[in-house]
Write a protein that binds this ligand. Structure first.
Ligand code: AMP
Ligand code: MG
Length: 314
């Protein structure tokens, strides 16, 4: 049962408690309703992908309450300070270098060393982020491929029964997504949105090219640079070859060096995926072998990530 919470003190306290337990809570922002989970919890973030039925682990935007929280997550240079000072809180997302030791789940960043951060302006979003007291990963609160929700009823229509709660804060004002500004190199517009590019250009004092091939996803989340281990990867491995490190899945892979989920739980497997790949990479000089993963639910996103990691490098 998905709880429908009022945007009052009691409702926000309940929503914050659910987030602390790793639950998913949809909440209003000035752009669209977001589907929030604790950005530090692999399981909570895996549940976001499961609830949305996303076929890919594209990186998610981290929502923060204030600059202190933002700087715990990302590294701000002078340009980032300047645009944040001008447009935050508001419908602007900054892609910045991830701060080392930030404790953000690898599923949020898709294993990259950059992170997308935003400080929303909506009073209910701000109150929830403050009550929770930590970074919240939140894509739009709709099933994958469906229209973004601008009312609590839209969230319920798409995700009822799949998430812990929705905070009803009325209709959203902007209705389009946040503008995404990349600041890990020269400034680039990664996605048009609620803040006009011209306003950003005026603030930065430079023209803003639309992100080049590396940065501009031709479909959401389709980044040119994906996290991949340096070791070669062999997929569909039902047993390891000599000197391979075996990442198993399910009860049949009992002898595996690491097991994504002994019980065959795809949410647990998704939560473990990135740090197991890193650990396997650190532990082997040879190949990483990975058990077959069923092509259903989160298994599709896991297989998509594994196929990219196994693809020839350039
Ligand atoms: P959504 O959360 O659905 O609004 O989508 C988030 C958007 O931000 C997607 O288009 C992502 O590709 C993009 N994004 C998030 N994190 C990063 C990152 N670290 N680098 C580049 N793009 C990102
Ligand atoms: Mg969306």
């Amino acid at each position: 049962m998905t709880e429908i919470l009022n945007a009052d003190a009691a409702g926000l306290a309940r929503a914050a408690a659910l987030l602390s337990q790793g639950g998913l809570v949809a909440f209003p922002t000035e752009t669209v309703y977001g589907l929030g989970g604790d950005a530090r919890s692999d399981l909570a973030v895996a549940r976001i992908f499961e609830a949305k039925g996303r076929p890919r682990f594209n990186p998610l935007i981290v929502h923060v309450a204030d600059m202190t929280m933002a700087k715990e997550v990302a590294l701000f240079d002078a340009r980032a300070e300047r645009v944040a000072g001008a447009f935050w809180p508001g419908p602007l997302t900054l892609v910045l270098p991830l701060r080392s030791g930030a404790r953000i789940s690898d599923l949020v960043t898709a294993g990259l060393s950059t992170v997308a951060v935003r400080m929303p302006a909506h009073p209910v979003a701000r109150a929830l982020l403050s009550a929770f007291g930590g970074p919240v990963a939140a894509p739009s609160a709709n099933p994958s491929g469906k229209v973004s929700p601008t009312r609590a009823e839209h969230v319920i229509a798409g995700l009822s029964g799949l998430i812990a709660a929705v905070v009803d804060g009325g209709p959203c004002a902007v209705g389009v997504e946040s503008t995404i500004l990349g600041l890990t190199g020269d400034p680039e517009l990664l996605r048009p949105g609620g803040i006009p590019a011209e306003a950003l250009e005026a603030c930065l004092g430079t023209p803003l090219p639309e992100g080049g091939s590396a940065a501009k996803p031709s479909a959401p989340g389709q980044l040119a640079s994906h996290y991949a281990p340096s070791a070669p990867i062999r997929l569909g491995a039902t047993r390891p070859e000599p000197r391979e490190l075996w990442i198993g899945f399910g009860p049949d892979a009992r002898g595996a060096d690491l097991n994504l989920s002994l019980t065959g739980d795809l949410v647990e497997a998704a939560a473990n995926l990135f740090h197991f790949l890193r650990e396997a990479d650190a532990r082997t000089e040879g190949t990483i072998a990975v058990s077959p993963i069923p092509e259903r639910g989160l298994g599709r996103a896991i297989n998509d990530r594994l196929r990219r990691a196994a693809a020839p490098r350039h």
